[in-house]
Design a protein around this ligand. Structure first.
Ligand SMILES: *[C@@H]1O[C@H](CO)[C@@H](O)[C@H](O)[C@H]1NC(C)=O
Ligand SMILES: *[C@@H]1O[C@H](CO)[C@@H](O)[C@H](O)[C@H]1NC(C)=O
Ligand SMILES: *[C@@H]1O[C@H](CO)[C@@H](O)[C@H](O)[C@H]1NC(C)=O
Length: 468
């Protein structure tokens, strides 16, 4: 056997050095990445996915004037339903039309102009449960395109019982590039509804947005597309069928609310996800969102917080009163809850089941998100305070909102003395320009008898939601 020559040894050494260097270059930096930075990278990836495609040109931001609304209505329900539109419509700032089946009396210029949809009797309709008007309603998108309006970036569809928070709608839409094909909306809260229809469908009542180039592409094919699906149920599944033919998937935004539920929306509105609240729907089918008033009056009460700080509407913050061992949850502009006991944020952020599913079920697996049961013992339930008033102090640039206790009689037995909550907050119109993060709350004082004062705002450096 020949001894390896010195040159072979040298060659071997060189190869070894190269091998080791490569290992260092590729393996170690990669493994340290995996170890230290992967959680961050994963989060960033999710962020870009949910906001894709993103534009950030501040000079040419999408504004309310770039949106044209198409509101689906019927002559039969108009007298009642028009009151929902009045809650949110701003006649001098918004563009859009209410599309009806038949003419109605309209002498109210605080409402959008009315249009009569064109005749759809030539279209096939074979669904025995659904109504033929679904064809008329799905064609509102095409009929709006045919009006040839200028400077339109988005067509936003809603029903006559949909209430939009228009500034938040703009905050959502300005994240997307309207020059591309975008179809934005959300699913039903009831899992079975999404099974029957589709998880890929934007529910019409919650409202959805179609970028103008996509609306134009839809207009070219919608009538022939509708003829291919005579057996579908509604207008929104007909839109989705055509979107699928155009190859455009749904971009989900969790601020659009179909609210396929019965009962009381309280649990959902008191623990809204960390996303701008864009719409509310099915307001005739659920209890009024504030007690002892009708639904229209209840919704009008939201106009005050919407005017002062729309971005913060229904945004939940969670804090604790250490000395008393209480947990406080603020849903800004709507409600405050005080729980006896210290509960972690991951529990308080889950909606309590004050509502039933679309199939009148109350079990936790009926919904597409986590829910928690309402405690059977009334003294273990949170003490609830509902918005009564809000003011804006321009010199301090903050809002003060007042919440008064609701449901006193059964609670008198629970020996509870707080009747009022004051919440102070700086308006934050740019809240959603940053990636989503919950605000923090802090208890300011409990000096005034029966009143607790709370500050809500951006979390400070190092501040977390925990009792330290
Ligand atoms: C703003 O966007 C519109 C529509 O996409 C476009 O026509 C216009 O040229 C843009 N303006 C600027 C200043 O970029
Ligand atoms: C729609 O068209 C059909 C046939 O073309 C006609 O019979 C019907 O009366 C029309 N409906 C309305 C409301 O004009
Ligand atoms: C109030 O404060 C917010 C947040 O710092 C700021 O964006 C807004 O411009 C201020 N408003 C006024 C009127 O000073």
């Amino acid at each position: 056997m020949k001894k390896p020559s010195s040159s072979t040894l040298a060659k071997l050494m060189v190869w070894l050095i190269i091998f080791i260097s490569f290992t260092f270059l590729f393996y170690f930096p990669y493994s340290s990445h995996t170890y230290a930075q992967n959680p961050l990278r994963t989060r960033q990836k999710l962020q870009t996915q949910s906001h894709f495609p993103q534009i950030r040109s501040t000079q040419n931001k999408t504004e309310l004037q770039h949106i044209v609304f198409g509101i689906a209505a019927s002559a039969k329900l108009w007298e009642h339903r028009k009151n929902y539109i009045k809650v949110w419509w701003r006649p001098n700032e918004m563009r859009g039309f209410v599309w009806l089946d038949k003419p109605v009396k309209n002498d109210d210029n605080s409402l959008p102009p009315l249009k009569i949809s064109s005749n759809t009797s030539k279209f096939l309709h074979t669904n025995t449960k659904g109504h033929r008007s679904a064809i008329r309603i799905s064609r509102i998108v095409s009929e709006t395109v045919r009006l040839g309006m200028e400077n339109v970036r988005w067509i936003v569809m809603g029903d006559d019982d949909t209430v939009f928070v228009a500034d938040n709608l703009v905050r959502v839409l300005e994240k997307y590039d309207h020059n591309h094909y975008c179809y934005i909306g959300s699913s039903s809260e009831t899992h079975l509804q999404n099974i029957y229809f589709s998880y890929n469908m934007a529910y019409g009542g919650g409202g959805f947005a179609i970028s103008y180039p996509l609306a134009k592409a839809l207009e070219k094919m919608q009538d022939s597309c509708i003829q291919r699906y005579p057996d579908l149920y509604g207008s929104d599944d007909r839109i989705q069928a055509c979107m699928t033919e155009l190859g455009v998937p749904l971009t989900k935004d969790i601020g659009f609310h179909q609210y396929d539920v019965y009962g009381n929306l309280f649990g959902l509105l008191a623990a809204h996800p960390v996303a701008p609240l864009v719409s509310l729907h099915h307001l005739d089918l659920v209890e009024p969102i504030f007690p002892n008033v009708n639904q229209i009056q209840a919704l009008q009460r939201l106009k005050v917080p919407i005017k002062f700080d729309s971005a913060a509407l229904m945004q939940q913050s969670i804090c604790y009163v250490k000395s008393k061992k209480w947990t406080i949850s603020v849903s800004w502009g709507y409600t405050v809850m005080i729980f006896r006991g210290i509960f972690p944020a991951r529990e308080i952020e889950i909606p309590s089941r004050t509502f039933l599913s679309w199939y009148r079920k109350a079990d936790s697996d009926a919904f597409v998100f986590n829910t928690r049961p309402v405690n059977r013992n009334p003294c273990r339930r949170p003490f609830v305070y509902m918005l009564s008033n809000a003011i804006y102090n321009p010199s301090a640039n903050h809002t003060a909102s007042e919440y008064v206790q609701y449901q006193t009689p059964p609670h008198q037995r629970c020996r509870w003395k707080i009747q009022r909550v004051e919440v102070y907050k700086k308006p934050d119109p740019y809240l959603w320009d940053k990636p989503p993060r919950r605000n923090c709350c802090r208890v300011l004082s409990m000096k005034k008898k029966g009143t607790i004062a709370i500050d809500v705002g951006v979390c400070r450096e190092g501040e977390t939601i925990a009792l330290h």
